[in-house]
Design a protein around this ligand. Structure first.
Ligand SMILES: NC(=O)C1=CN([C@@H]2O[C@H](COP(=O)(O)OP(=O)(O)OC[C@H]3O[C@@H](n4cnc5c(N)ncnc54)[C@H](OP(=O)(O)O)[C@@H]3O)[C@@H](O)[C@H]2O)C=CC1
Ligand SMILES: O=C[C@H](O)[C@@H](O)[C@@H](O)[C@H](O)C(=O)O
Length: 322
């Protein structure tokens, strides 16, 4: 079985290990039964880090898979896994954070998560998630209020570490100006078409681990695109090295000194994606990849919010930092 390299992040127990590669558990149409089966397969082939979110509706099947993996003896203890979940934007208010993490823990059937992330720097005034989000529900986040509640979650032992997702340096600097516990992780879009060079430097300087999401451009998912998998430069390198485009993209991310989460619920593709740790890209290949024209994917304006809104425009502009 492949052993996935690890790094460490700050936590309530000092520095703790996190596997650099995780399995994304954002389903694209697959039902709970399929999600549970996929996670069990993933544990069998060597994945130990799983990335879910309240938004995805996959906390429950992920929790059921963990229970089943323990029962089957695939793992000896829950502590062998690294589980991340995220606070959805309809709970980004100080008094809503604790109830939200407690609900996630109930869904997962766990006593703690390893990492709890603020999913987006955004407030949505809607009890039930409705996407696309109606314009009148969109509001600015009060990050101090939310971050203090995130710190409380860690202090209470509900999560080992806390972090953010889709945050640009401006807002992270604001958090750092008052935080008792600084963010351990920032999870953002990252792939050869959106390389995040500057954000990576910024995070490294501040001891924040960058985690790349949609490393394959979410190819085939309803929120995704085919620009990574159909990129000429990546296809040429893949052909000359006898690898797949997915492997070239994942190996490239790995070589940037970050962690990443990639979703596949197909056993063969899960294995293929794991097969990137015993070879490397050449200087020439890295140079070619560094010259790929950059284009951020419009996750917020594209799939979540259909009408223009100042708060959304500001988040998009902040995230265009490169
Ligand atoms: N914080 C945030 O805002 C966000 C976080 N995320 C997280 O990041 C994870 C990964 O990103 P995601 O957006 O899912 O997209 P990915 O870039 O991981 O792509 C996933 C898609 O690629 C397909 N795929 C996987 N491996 C291969 C392969 N080797 N060859 C061909 N196709 C492949 C999958 O299909 P199949 O399953 O059939 O293999 C799936 O459709 C998410 O699952 C989620 O956990 C994602 C978006 C935003
Ligand atoms: O439809 C939802 C949007 O694309 C966006 O909210 C998601 O991509 C989300 O950030 C995720 O984590 O998967």
């Amino acid at each position: 079985m492949v052993s996935i390299p690890e790094t460490t992040i700050s936590s309530s127990d000092g520095r703790r290990p996190i596997p650099l590669m995780g399995l994304g558990v954002a389903a694209s149409g697959e039902n709970g039964v399929a999600v549970k089966a996929a996670v069990i397969e993933a544990i069998k082939v060597g994945y130990r880090h799983f990335d879910t979110a309240t938004l995805y509706g996959t906390e429950k099947p992920l929790g059921e898979a963990i229970e089943e993996a323990l029962r089957l003896g695939l793992i000896k203890s829950r502590a062998e896994l690294f589980i991340t979940t995220k606070l959805w934007c309809n709970s980004t208010e100080g008094h809503l954070v604790l109830p939200a993490i407690n609900q996630s823990l109930r869904n997962l059937g766990l006593e703690y998560v390893d990492l709890y992330l603020v999913h987006w720097p955004l407030k949505l005034n809607q009890a039930e998630v409705k996407i696309p989000v109606p314009k009148e529900c969109i509001a600015a986040i009060n990050i101090k209020d939310v971050w203090e509640a995130m710190e409380k979650c860690q202090e209470l032992g509900l999560t080992k570490s806390i972090g953010v997702s889709n945050f640009a340096p401006r807002l992270i600097e604001e958090i750092l100006s008052f935080a008792k516990i600084p963010p351990a992780v920032n999870q953002v879009e990252m792939n050869p078409l959106w390389q995040q060079k500057k954000l990576n430097e910024f995070c490294k300087k501040n001891d924040i681990l960058l985690t790349g999401y949609s490393p394959l451009g979410a190819f085939g998912a309803k929120w995704g695109h085919n620009r990574v998998m159909e990129c000429d430069v990546l296809q040429d390198i893949a052909k000359s090295r006898g690898k797949t485009v997915a492997q070239i993209s994942l190996r490239w991310i790995y070589e940037q000194g970050v962690s990443f989460v990639v979703k596949s619920f197909n056993t063969e593709r899960m294995k293929q994606n794991l097969d990137i740790f015993d070879w490397s890209l050449t200087e020439e290949e890295l140079t070619k990849i560094s010259q790929i024209p950059q284009r951020k994917h419009a996750y917020l304006t594209g799939t979540m919010v259909s009408e223009p809104h100042d708060v959304i425009a500001q988040i998009d502009a902040d995230l265009a930092f490169q």
